[in-house]
Write a protein that binds this ligand. Structure first.
Ligand code: O7E
Length: 217
């Protein structure tokens, strides 16, 4: 994924027309659009190719299965037109490697969830986040997902993965994180949903975030 603005839209709406309208409006400000279960379950897999007219698509299915099933899922998602798939890391190295192998064969990207951005991630995930980051680097994934709500954790995860892997970071705005803070902490992209798609003016909301990050990118 090429970094121009540092912004990824999380398009968690459930209406087809609204999804297309918002994508059209913000296309000039985002490097990718992340879509997941809310949109795909309500509108269908063909939304992936439809929205890829506006930006590269990151399919957020947080894939978490045995290696063979991970591969089968990623195959379908890439076939539908996605450029990247998000997988969970807690399933372990073999499940991740199956997804990365397929992605590399098809010149696509896999991003691995380390520690999530919500408070409940402290119950279990934070303890294993650094191990997952190391595994993602060993498996040569394209990058990891790390929390904008805890910029200090992004800095820790950056130390573990080095400069080869990217960090994409959700939790800005509605969850309390700040775009410029998490970019300064070591993230390459912020992933922003509600602050953009629930705004009266999604393009303006996206532009503000891009302007805020500009000097740190
Ligand atoms: O809070 P919002 O509305 O800005 O949306 C954030 C998006 O990022 C939303 O789609 C949510 O599912 C996702 N997300 C998190 O909020 N926290 C995480 O730790 C991980 C994700 C995520 O997208 O994981 C894959 C990138």
């Amino acid at each position: 994924m090429e970094r121009k603005t540092g912004l990824i839209l999380a398009l968690d709406v459930t209406d087809r027309e609204e999804a297309v309208k918002i994508s059209e409006k913000v296309a000039g400000y985002v490097d990718a659009i992340k879509i997941g279960y809310p949109l795909v379950l309500s509108t269908g897999m063909d939304m992936i190719s439809k929205l890829s007219e506006y930006a590269p698509i990151i399919a957020d299915f947080k894939v978490a299965d045995i290696p063979n099933t991970n591969r089968l899922i990623c195959e379908q998602v890439f076939k539908a037109g996605a450029d990247a798939v998000i997988v969970q890391g807690f399933t372990g190295h073999d499940s991740l490697e199956a997804a990365v192998k397929l992605a590399k064969e098809q010149n696509k990207d896999i991003y691995v969830v380390t520690e999530m951005s919500h408070p409940g991630a402290l119950d279990f995930m934070q303890d294993v986040g650094e191990g997952i980051a190391k595994m993602a680097a060993d498996a040569k994934a394209s990058g990891v997902v790390a929390p904008a709500t805890r910029p200090e954790r992004v800095t820790e995860i950056r130390k573990i993965i080095g400069s080869e892997l990217s960090i994409i970071s959700p939790g800005v705005g509605a969850q309390g994180g700040t775009a410029s803070d998490v970019i300064k902490a070591g993230a390459d992209w912020v992933i922003v949903g509600r602050s953009i798609y629930q705004s009266e003016d999604p393009a303006m909301a996206a532009k503000k975030l891009v302007d805020e990050m500009k000097e740190f990118i």
